[in-house]
Design a protein around this ligand. Structure first.
Ligand SMILES: [Mg+2]
Ligand SMILES: [Zn+2]
Length: 244
């Protein structure tokens, strides 16, 4: 299988796919569990990115500090096998890495830097965030609610971002044909992009989470074409990558 592949694209979701936790929830579990509870209570009423932005403002207003968030990110579970897996594959030279995540640019870059992976990704497509001078992390949706162009997704992506459209836009922007696309994901919002994959492409689906459920319920109906391989721990991704 691997022999005919000259150039491949590996697309990584971040939370629970590259990392072994969910950044948005984890930083509050570490620093402000009452805000974590509040998010759980409000998540069906408030759009998720807005809810995280609002919780970051509340944390800041009560004196929460930038270094507390950064420290929580640095200690967040992240399997050493995942670091090895991507470093080894990158060193073989035929793979481009793309990060496609519904977290935000600061969470992802902080964690990648702490693992020595700052140079891994060609692009990180996610919600934009930045620290202001007072130490507030200002987070916005990738697609603002008042933006003229909203996404056209029909399979249920959140209004802030359609990962399927983002993947297609990346492929157009990049102007390169990849012999194979490998998508590593776990969540229900990873279902849309994998519908765009070909029979020669592969999804590495993390078991026991939203993506596995959507594949089994909707995969046939929505015409899912790619090959599917399941994994539970990052050591298995490392094993699979060895064959790439
Ligand atoms: Mg995820
Ligand atoms: Zn979508």
């Amino acid at each position: 299988m691997a022999s005919s592949v000259e150039r491949q694209l590996i697309v990584f979701d971040f939370d629970w796919s590259m990392a072994d936790q969910d950044t948005d929830r984890w930083i509050f579990e570490v620093n402000a569990p009452d805000l974590r509870r509040k998010m759980k209570n409000l998540k069906d009423e408030v759009q998720w990115t807005d809810l995280v932005a609002q919780s970051l403002r509340e944390f800041h207003e009560r004196g929460g500090k930038r270094h507390q968030i950064e420290e929580a990110l640095r200690i967040m579970p992240f399997h050493p096998a995942m670091v090895r897996a991507v470093q080894k594959l990158k060193s073989k030279g035929k793979t481009t890495f793309l990060c496609l995540s519904n977290a935000n640019s600061v969470f992802i870059s902080t964690i990648l830097a702490s693992k020595g992976l700052s140079e891994l990704f060609e692009e990180i497509i996610t919600n934009p965030a930045e620290w202001d001078h007072s130490g507030l992390l200002k987070l916005r949706r990738r697609i603002a609610p008042d933006a003229a162009r909203q996404h056209q997704c029909k399979v249920g992506c959140s209004p802030n971002m359609c990962k399927g459209e983002e993947l297609e836009a990346f492929l157009e922007r990049h102007g390169k044909q990849f012999d194979r696309i490998v998508y590593v994901g776990d969540g229900s919002n990873d279902f849309c992009p994998i519908l765009r994959l070909r029979t020669s492409d592969i999804v590495l689906c993390r078991k026991f989470r939203g993506l596995e459920r959507r594949i089994s319920k909707e995969g046939d109906k929505e015409g899912l074409k790619c090959q599917i391989r399941y994994w539970a721990g990052a050591w298995e991704v490392e094993e699979i990558f060895e064959s790439f």
